[in-house]
Write a protein that binds this ligand. Structure first.
Ligand code: ADP
Ligand code: MG
Length: 593
C-alpha cells in the first residue's frame, strides 16, 4: 500500500496526487514485482487499465488499488482492501464536490436538513445499488446521522463497502471494473440533485424538520410525548419495523388530552399530548398498550415519511426501563428501591455480577437518572413484578423489615415531585398505580380513552417513600479499554452483542438502540471517552456532556478515528448503558455532586 494512504487522520476529498507526470508513467515493465505500486496519474481510465492488467492475478494484488482515483466528477478513495475474497468487504469513500452534487443550499443549510438530506441520498443510493457488489448503509425507519453519508457545504461524501470479486483466489477484473468504473459513476450521476425526484427529497427533509420542531416544543407545552392523530403505530410483524398495512386502526387522541402544535411545514396538527408527571396506560390484553409504549420509545428518533410515526415525538431524554436478570452492576446506588438484602450488602453502593430481576431494574432506573434522563418508559411485560407493586395481602404476610424492596409505585410520585422525573407506564394487571397516576389512558380496541376520573374514584391513599437525587459515579478509566491484542477492536454480533476490546457487552435489552450502526457508534463513543481521558476524575454524566458537545460540533464522524466500517450516532443513554454493562468496569468514586 502506498505509504501516504490509509492513514488514521486522512480526510476525504483530498485531490489525487498529481505531479504532472505523463499518463502511463511507471507503466508496463518486464519483470514487474508481485504487487507493483501504481504511480502517476490515477484517473478512471487508468483504474480500468490497471484492473484489466490484474485479471487472473493473485487476489492480494488488489491492494495496489488503495488510495485516490480521480473520476473527474468525483474522487474515489479506496480506503481498505480486503485480503481475500472471504474477508469483510473492502471500504471505499466517494467525494462528490458541491458543483457536481448540485444540492441547493436550502437542503443542507440547517443541521437538521443536512442530516435529513444526507439520509435521503443514502436511501436513494441504496436503491440504486440493488444487486451490486457495492453496499451502502442506509438505515431503517429512523433517520439517524451515520458515517455512510454526509453533506458538507453542499458536497456529498459517501462511504461504502465493496466485495472485490474473485474467481477462487484470483482477481476477477471484469466484474471489478464493472462495479468501480460503471456502477459507481452511474450511482454518482443518479444522486445529482438534477437527477433526483427533488419533491421527494424536499418532503423528506420537511418531515424530519417537523418532527424535530415537535419534539423541541414538548417541554414548553409541559408534555413528555405527543402522538399525532392518524398515526399508525403497529408494525407489520414482530420482526418487521415497517408500518402495519390495511387493518391498522389509526390513532385518535381523546378529547380531554388533545393538544395542538404548530409545525413549520404541516402547520397545525393535533394529537395526544402526554403530560409531565405520571401517566398510566391501561386496558385489556392485546388492546395495543405495548404498541403505544413502543412507539414512544422510538419517538426519541425521527421517522421517514410514510412510517406512520412521523408525528410521534418523545422527549429526547426518555429511557425505556426494564428488568434484566443476570446483568452486572458496578457500585450503583439502588437504596431507594432495595434495602436490607439477605447478603447484608450496602445497597447505596451496590455491585453484583448477577443481578436479580428486581435489582437489575432498580439499577437500570438509577443509571438512567445518573445519565440525565428525566423521562422513564415502563411496560409491565418486561418488568420485575415485585419491584412494581406489592398489594395489601402480601404486605400483611411479609413484613416491612423482611422485604428488602420498596416498590416503584411508592417511588414514582416522589421521583416526579422531588426530582422532576416523569414516568409513562403500561400496567394492565394491577390497579395500584391508580393511587399515584396523574392521568390514566385506557386503550380499547386500539383507541385511547381518558379514564382518569374513573380511576381516581378507585384510588386509595398511599404514602410516598424517600428518594435521594441520583448518585454520580467516577469511572476508573483503565477499566474501559478498547484494545485487544494491541489493537482497538470494536465489533458487533447482530443487535445483541457489542465486542469492546477483549469483552463482550450484552446490549440485547437496550431497545432504544434501533440501528446496527448505533451499536458500533456506542463502542466508538466508549473508545473516545477512554482514549481522550474524558472519564478521568469526573462523573460519568459530565463525561457524557463533553461527548455530546463534541458530537454536536463535529457530527458522528468525530467518533471515527480511522474506523473504516459503518456506524451511526448513538444517544448518551445507550453509551452509558453499555459502559454500565461492561464486565470489566470499575468505579473509583461514588457520591452526590
Ligand atoms: P397489549 O400490550 O395491550 O397486550 P399489544 O400492543 O402487544 O397489546 O398489541 C397486540 C396486537 O395488536 C399486536 O399484534 C399489535 O401489532 C396489534 N395492534 C396494536 N395496535 C394496533 C392498531 N392501532 N391497529 C391494529 N392493530 C394493532
Ligand atoms: Mg403488552
Amino acid at each position: 500500500m502506498p505509504g501516504d494512504h490509509g492513514g488514521q487522520e486522512r480526510r476525504y476529498g483530498r485531490r489525487p496526487d498529481r505531479r504532472g507526470r505523463p499518463a502511463g508513467y511507471g507503466g508496463p515493465r518486464a519483470n514487474r514485482p508481485e504487487h507493483p505500486e501504481i504511480r502517476g496519474a490515477r484517473d478512471a481510465d487508468r483504474l480500468a487499465a490497471e484492473l484489466r492488467r490484474m485479471d487472473g492475478a493473485s487476489y492480494g494484488r488488489y491492494k495496489a488499488l488503495a488510495g485516490d482515483w480521480d473520476f473527474g466528477d468525483f474522487t474515489l478513495t479506496v480506503e481498505r482492501v480486503q485480503a481475500d475474497p472471504f474477508a469483510p468487504p473492502s471500504r471505499i469513500a466517494v467525494h462528490v464536490p458541491a458543483a457536481v452534487a448540485g444540492i441547493p443550499e436550502h437542503a443542507w443549510r440547517s443541521p437538521v436538513r443536512r442530516r435529513a438530506t444526507a439520509d435521503h441520498l443514502l436511501r436513494c443510493a441504496h436503491r440504486e445499488l440493488k444487486g451490486a457488489r457495492l453496499r451502502i448503509d442506509a438505515g431503517g425507519q429512523e433517520v439517524i446521522e451515520r458515517a455512510a453519508g454526509r453533506v458538507e457545504e453542499g458536497a456529498l461524501h459517501l462511504r461504502m463497502g465493496i466485495e472485490l470479486p474473485g474467481r477462487g483466489r484470483r482477481i476477477d477484473a471484469r466484474t471489478a471494473e464493472h462495479e468501480l468504473c460503471e456502477r459507481l459513476p452511474s450511482l454518482v450521476g443518479a444522486l445529482r440533485w438534477s437527477a433526483l425526484d427533488t419533491d421527494a427529497a424536499v418532503a423528506f427533509a420537511d418531515t424530519v424538520e417537523d418532527t424535530v420542531a415537535l419534539r423541541e416544543q414538548l417541554p414548553e407545552l409541559g408534555l413528555v410525548a405527543f402522538v399525532g392523530d392518524g398515526a399508525v403505530l403497529p408494525r407489520r410483524s414482530g420482526i418487521s419495523d415497517l408500518p402495519m398495512q390495511g387493518e391498522a386502526v389509526p390513532f385518535t387522541a381523546p378529547q380531554t388530552l388533545r393538544a395542538t402544535v404548530r409545525l413549520p411545514h404541516r402547520g397545525e396538527v393535533s394529537g395526544l399530548g402526554v403530560p409531565e408527571g405520571i401517566t398510566l396506560i391501561v386496558g385489556g390484553g392485546f388492546h395495543g398498550k405495548s404498541t403505544l409504549l413502543h412507539a414512544l420509545e422510538r419517538g426519541v428518533y425521527d421517522h421517514v415519511p410514510g412510517d406512520g410515526r412521523e408525528l410521534v415525538a418523545t422527549r429526547s431524554d426518555a429511557v425505556k426501563i426494564r428488568a434484566e436478570e443476570g446483568r452486572r452492576v458496578e457500585r450503583t446506588d439502588v437504596s431507594a428501591f432495595v434495602r436490607n438484602l439477605p447478603t447484608g450488602s450496602d445497597t447505596a453502593d451496590f455491585s453484583t455480577d448477577n443481578a436479580s430481576g428486581s435489582t437489575s431494574q432498580a439499577a437500570n432506573i438509577a443509571e438512567a437518572l445518573e445519565a440525565g434522563s428525566r423521562t422513564l418508559l415502563v411496560d409491565e411485560d418486561t418488568t420485575a413484578t415485585n419491584l412494581m407493586i406489592r398489594d395489601a395481602r402480601m404486605q400483611a404476610l411479609v413484613h416491612g423489615d423482611r422485604e428488602p424492596l420498596t416498590p416503584f409505585v411508592d417511588l414514582v410520585r416522589p421521583l416526579h415531585r422531588l426530582h422532576g422525573v416523569s414516568t409513562v407506564l403500561v400496567m394492565g394487571g394491577s390497579g395500584d398505580y391508580f393511587d399515584v397516576a396523574d392521568q390514566v389512558i385506557m386503550l380499547d380496541g386500539y383507541r385511547p380513552y381518558d379514564v382518569t376520573a374513573q380511576a381516581r374514584k378507585l384510588a386509595a391513599d398511599r404514602t410516598d417513600a424517600d428518594t435521594a437525587p441520583p448518585a454520580h459515579r467516577v469511572i476508573a478509566p483503565e477499566s474501559v479499554d478498547a484494545t485487544a491484542r494491541g489493537r482497538a477492536r470494536i465489533k458487533r454480533r447482530d443487535m445483541d452483542v457489542l465486542t469492546f476490546g477483549e469483552t463482550d457487552i450484552d446490549v440485547r435489552h437496550l431497545t432504544q438502540l434501533v440501528d446496527p450502526g448505533q451499536i458500533i457508534g456506542v463502542g466508538l463513543a466508549m473508545r473516545v471517552l477512554a482514549e481522550d481521558g474524558l472519564l478521568n476524575g469526573r462523573p460519568l454524566a459530565e463525561a457524557l456532556d463533553i461527548l455530546d458537545r463534541r458530537l454536536a460540533e463535529g457530527g458522528v464522524t468525530a467518533l471515527g478515528r480511522g474506523y473504516s466500517g459503518d456506524y451511526a450516532l448513538p444517544r448518551r443513554f445507550e453509551v452509558a448503558a453499555a459502559v454500565n454493562r461492561l464486565r470489566t468496569l470499575r468505579v473509583s468514586r461514588v457520591g452526590n455532586p
